[in-house]
Write a protein that binds this ligand. Structure first.
Ligand code: GDP
Length: 307
């Protein structure tokens, strides 16, 4: 529906895990990729963002820029998570609307859905119940972002769309144990346990929550597909269609890393939402499917992890 050939795309957040994967994927498309380093463009500075979009006139804006973090960081820095994300996304959407950018893709997260949404979670579960408390700040910002994109689409006839990826991992992930998500945290901990010869690997919470994980290279491929083939007001889920328990992913990570000791669960740490498997049938019906299995993806991520 939307031909990317010959187009220029501004990837906001190109240094992040998602933005950098998208830039890698776009290298095989006949497009020009625009990026801006932090020193060149402060995404929290509205006049600067407007001036940048006005000057560069990209055909497509992809909002992969966000303040992101795991369960502990969300809990410790709620103001940063809500405020920074609201500002960055509003500036980019406003600037793209002012320049009548032909296409904009806003990225959210599966945490926008109610904590106890029926599984697998369809797009229309949005705003049907209370959010998970641990990441509600981030979720509220993302909900505002997708509604903003939808409102501009409705009022100004702009082709602004939103996609909600599931939990992601892969090259460029954040491996800082205080702020990371579960996969990079366990890759790092398993690697260190193996290196130091420790007997145990500590996994936060009960190990029973279920999560759906996608390698970021699969996501990047899905984003290119969505840019080409999706143009509608509701957001679209991007997931793999299957989930695992935290205990299962911890065991797989131990195998991939070669850690042979015991897993120990720390019940003083939060579990977060019990399950968040998305229904991605809207996307698969359009013809896209993921390619990277969890075990292959974990091996790839481990190889790319800074040691
Ligand atoms: P969430 O998907 O928003 O809950 O974010 P996380 O990826 O941070 O956590 C997912 C689940 O993994 C939660 O149940 C965590 O308690 C659990 N988990 C187990 N070990 C760890 C760890 O070392 N770090 C993190 N961040 N989560 C862990």
């Amino acid at each position: 529906m939307f031909d990317l050939a010959g187009r220029s795309l501004f990837v906001a957040g190109h240094r992040g895990m998602v933005g950098s994967a998208l830039v890698r994927r776009l290298a095989s498309e006949p497009v020009t990729v625009l990026t801006a380093d932090r020193a060149q463009l402060d995404l929290t500075d509205q006049p600067a963002v407007r001036a940048f979009i006005r000057a560069k006139r990209p055909d497509v804006v992809v909002i992969a820029a966000a303040k992101v973090g795991g369960i502990a960081a969300n809990n410790d820095y709620p103001a940063d998570f809500i405020a920074t994300n609201l500002v960055i996304q509003s500036n980019l959407i406003d600037a793209a609307a002012a320049a009548r950018t032909p296409k904009l893709l806003f990225l959210g997260s599966s945490c926008i859905y109610p904590r106890l949404a029926p599984q697998p979670i369809t797009e229309d579960a949005l705003l049907t119940g209370p959010l998970e408390a641990t990441n509600q700040w981030y979720a509220i910002a993302k909900i505002a972002g997708l509604k903003l994109a939808e409102a501009y689409r409705h009022q100004h006839g702009l082709d602004f769309i939103s996609a909600m990826p599931t939990n992601l991992y892969g090259p460029g992930d954040n491996y800082d144990l205080a702020s990371s998500h579960v996969i990079p945290a366990l890759l790092r901990k398993a690697h260190e346990a193996k290196t130091t010869g420790a007997d145990t690997l500590t996994v936060w919470g009960s190990g029973t929550p279920r999560r759906e994980f996608m390698h970021v290279d699969d996501l990047a491929d899905a984003l290119v597909f969505v840019l080409k083939h999706y143009s509608d007001a509701p957001h679209i889920n991007i997931g793999t269609g299957s989930d695992v328990t935290i205990a299962e992913v911890a065991e797989t990570i131990a195998q991939v890393v070669g850690f042979t000791g015991r897993l120990v669960f720390d019940p003083t740490k939060p579990d977060g939402t019990p399950r968040k498997l998305m229904d991605s049938s809207r996307l698969t019906a359009l013809g896209w499917t993921p390619r990277i299995s969890l075990v292959d993806g974990l091996a790839h991520a481990y190889a790319a992890m800074p040691k």
